[in-house]
Design a protein. Structure first.
Length: 118
């Protein structure tokens, strides 16, 4: 099973982007799924995660109130709506899935670049 992230790009500060992550070759039924990011010279960090039925959602403090994670299990996809973007949100964003526990990190997709200009 593979994860494919898309939707990154260049946006001005204050703008919005929506990232998508789709699984192929199978399903992550029952898995926790989430988003991480890695800025140049920094470690990868957890951004947001969501359980299978959406009953539990978690965000990093740095994105609370600006980012919204969602999932469409029928489409085997998760999304990250990013609003009021800041230059410090610039990073490569990765989607991930985990069978249990937080943060989800058993399976990883390739990254998608998000660049926020000031």
């Amino acid at each position: 099973v593979q994860l494919q992230a898309s939707g990154g790009g260049l946006v001005q500060a204050g703008g919005s982007l929506r990232l998508s992550c789709a699984s192929s070759g199978g399903t992550f039924s029952g898995y926790i799924m989430g988003w991480f990011r890695q800025a140049p010279g920094k470690e990868r960090e957890f951004v947001a995660g969501i359980t299978w039925h959406g009953a539990s959602i978690r965000y990093a403090d740095s994105v609370k109130g600006r980012f919204t994670i969602s999932r469409d299990n029928a489409k085997n996809s998760i999304y990250l709506q990013m609003n009021r973007l800041k230059p410090e949100d610039t990073a490569v964003y990765y989607c991930a899935a985990g069978g249990s526990g937080w943060p989800p990190s058993d399976y990883w997709g390739q990254g998608t670049q998000v660049t926020v200009s000031s």
